[in-house]
Design a protein around this ligand. Sequence first.
Ligand SMILES: [Mn+2]
Length: 343
Amino acid sequence: MNWAAKEFSEVAWFCLDQSFVTLATNDSYVKGALVLGSSLQQYRTTRKLTALITPQVSDLMRRVLEKVFDEVILVNVLDSGDSAHLALMKRPELGITLTKLHCWELTQFSKCVFMDADTMVLSNIDELFEREELSAAPDPGWPDCFNSGVFVYRPSIETYSQLLQFATEKGSFDGADQGLLNTFFSSWATTDMSKHLPFIYNLSSTSVYSYLPAFKAFGANTKVVHFLGSTKPWNYTYDSRTKSIKGNMDDPKIVHPEFLNMWWDTYIADVLPLLEQHGIVKEITTGVNMAEVTEAVSHVSVSPLLPTESSEERKERWEQGQADYMGVDSFDNIKKKLDTYLQ
Ligand SMILES: [Mn+2]
């Protein structure tokens, strides 16, 4: 076997054996998963892409996911006989948390990188597969905890069972997966620095404001951006004429317009055409205002499929444990600084 063929076979072996994994619990989060998957492809990952979905995801959106992800796997915590179901009956508040734990069941892979559906990559990050379980970046709100939006792990039924048992017995200090995982992998903060991912692998968009000089110095190296908070990129309206988010930029919820615009650029370029192909969005005919079409999109995929209330509740729970640095009180000062930077 010549050198090139040998190298190819080694790369191919890794491709089959390792995967990026994300989770979509409703059709809105599918949009996020699609942008994440498209961004991983854009930067030519050699690893597989796997999406876990819950029954709330519509068949149509599932089919779109299958265009971007190698595997789309339905996980249903309420399946009878599932040990997660038993855990959930004792701890009903941990619904979404237990759903995320299903990623440990993907034993067809030797190693995975889990990424929240509200993250996107800005470069190739395949080097993360050189890390061991459990590798993650510090949480900006409490840096002795890791943020569970991006983490390296090894699928294992044994670990999955232990996590479920742990969840049942001890619950989660923040009511979500991040609290549970931090207690379970409690040596992360003190034991092995190689399991501390640099912050640029999980840059929360809110950190720009809490430590602006650091962002100015290191922000250009960002590899993964994580849209923390209850307002997600898909909740905004994008104006394709100005290539920017519509609305009042003084809105403290618009945490970092550049990252939001990057998300929307990927959405328009890579995701919207797939939605159109599947008839989810009417075909764009000549002369139709693009901004109107994108506005239509944000209605189409959310409303008919899930009661808004339930989706909001999920969003809230999903983000529990994330400190909000965007307190209204501090915003004016921060914005002044940011304006200086953006000029
Ligand atoms: Mn998240």
